[in-house]
Design a protein around this ligand. Structure first.
Ligand code: ADP
Length: 459
């Protein structure tokens, strides 16, 4: 029998289980807004942590002077300097460098890691050339993007809750990471100091806001996912009277932990059960780049086993978790050739699979089903945030910009389109004309430097 017929029931069931018709999207958007409200009421009140960023003043474009940014979030750290020239000149000059962190430092002591980072900063600062000018008597100020779970205690302090992403550095958990870095800078006798500690979504929002006053939300769709937005302080009971001069503050939702009412399949449940954080980050596991390719692999493996999609035997390599990556999935969906040659070679290279044309067509359908669910659910999440904002102070009548960043959003056109479609369906064509979803590439680095400027010790 043809493989099209034998796998048809699996495909049909997958499409049914992944379906995101308007009522499902509406439920997800409403649940997102409700979970946000619960997370703002008390710490631990919802799946969403709704972390206070202590960022109450966003860049306006008037910032001037020299500022640095340091981004630590993975196996590299990035340093950047920017000379700001105010409304007229904007970004006069910028330079950046990337340094990879030696493996042994990821398992060493806190002092060793921060000394290494401080010496990287020192070398970078020494190369500060003619386009950059620090007024005399000032120390260099840094915006520090630190993408690990932190309990922020002020704009320039935060306690590390735990290391993630393969880091196992001893002696940092429970400590203020800004103090750790400032102490290392002192040990190097470096004239530099952290003025702002920021999450990468917050950096993205600040970086985009610098160019556009209507930016109110930032979303990262890369390996993982997260979102932050501008909230009214009066809508944050857990703030307990702490005031902000602007009456607004940025809240980091940590929305990857959302889980309410998502359409999940047996493949999602199995992937989650075998993951290192089982039961956690369910929204992230449904919509972000680390997982989409793996969900597709699990579906294809079942189709190969139960429906002989790729012939009588099941290719061994297809049983290995994460061999098929989201960029492979996206590349296959860009293949417009008649015999789907690129699909064939990607399947072969990634998973050792030989495929005929009918199998390739089914593979595309599977990719599309998973990308469609992911993109539409991400869109529903964004609408949830917008609904929550609109309930505090009406935004739907005016232009509002959602700044997007991350490799998944940047490189997966079908996903991007599905996301936009869901937003338009949910909000209707009139309101959605005012909601601008905009790619803001690598804004988080400059965003952190801008937040060092808006929170400068000298103002
Ligand atoms: P990170 O989120 O790891 O900090 P990025 O924002 O660059 O970094 O996102 C990288 C992620 O984006 C990858 O893990 C992958 O899931 C996704 N990605 C990268 N390239 C593509 C692509 N061509 N198509 C779809 N997804 C991609």
């Amino acid at each position: 029998r043809s493989n099209v017929i034998t796998v048809a029931p699996i495909l049909t069931k997958l499409q049914k289980d992944c379906a995101t018709p308007l009522p499902v999207l509406r439920h997800v958007a409403d649940a997102m807004a409700a979970d946000m409200r619960d997370g703002l009421a008390v710490d631990g009140g919802s799946d969403l942590k709704m972390i206070l960023s202590y960022v109450d003043s966003l860049p306006t474009g008037n910032e001037t002077g020299l500022f640095y940014a340091l981004d630590l979030g993975g196996t590299n750290f990035r340093v950047l300097r920017v000379q700001l020239g105010g409304k007229a000149e904007r970004v006069v000059a910028t330079e950046f460098e990337q340094v990879s962190i030696p493996q042994d430092l990821m398992f060493g002591t806190s002092e060793e890691l921060f000394d290494f980072i401080a010496s990287g900063l020192a070398k970078f600062a020494q190369k500060e050339g003619g386009n950059f000018h620090l007024p005399s008597g000032r120390t260099r100020e840094i915006g520090f993007t630190f993408s690990f779970p932190v309990k922020q205690t002020s704009i320039a302090s935060g306690i590390l809750m735990k290391w993630t992403k393969g880091f196992a550095v001893s002696g940092t958990a429970g400590k203020d990471v800004v103090a750790c870095l400032n102490e290392a800078l002192e040990r190097q006798r470096l004239d530099m100091q952290v003025s702002a500690l920021v999450n990468d979504t917050v950096g993205t929002l600040a970086g985009a806001r610098y160019w556009d006053d209507d930016v109110m939300v930032a979303v990262i769709l890369g390996t993982g996912t997260n979102a932050c937005y501008v909230e009214c302080v009066d809508a944050i009971p857990k703030l307990q009277g702490q005031k902000s001069t602007s009456g607004r503050t940025i809240v980091n939702t940590e929305w990857g932990a959302f889980s309410n009412g998502l359409p999940l399949t047996e493949f999602d449940r199995e992937m989650d059960a075998e993951s290192i954080n089982s039961g956690e980050q369910i929204f992230e596991k449904t919509i972000s780049g680390m997982y989409l390719g793996e969900i597709v692999r699990r579906v294809l493996f079942k189709m190969a086993e139960a429906g002989a999609l790729f012939g009588e035997s099941v290719p061994e390599k297809l049983s290995i978790p994460f061999v098929l990556r989201t960029p492979d999935m996206s590349a296959m969906q860009q293949d417009n050739s008649r015999d789907l040659e690129a699909v064939g070679s990607i399947l072969y290279d990634a998973a050792g699979v030989n495929s005929d044309l009918s199998a390739r067509k089914i593979v595309i359908e599977v990719c599309d089903t998973i990308a469609k669910r992911g993109g539409r659910l991400a869109g529903a999440g964004i609408v949830g945030i917008l609904q929550k904002m609109d309930s505090e102070s009406s935004i739907f009548g005016k232009r509002t910009v959602v700044a997007m960043d991350g490799g998944l959003y940047e490189h997966y056109p079908q996903y991007r389109r599905y996301l936009q479609d869901a937003v338009t369906e949910l909000l209707g064509s009139e309101i959605s004309k005012n909601i601008v979803i905009e790619h803001s590439k690598d804004g988080s680095g400059i965003g952190a430097a801008l937040l060092a400027a808006t929170n400068s010790k000298y103002d």
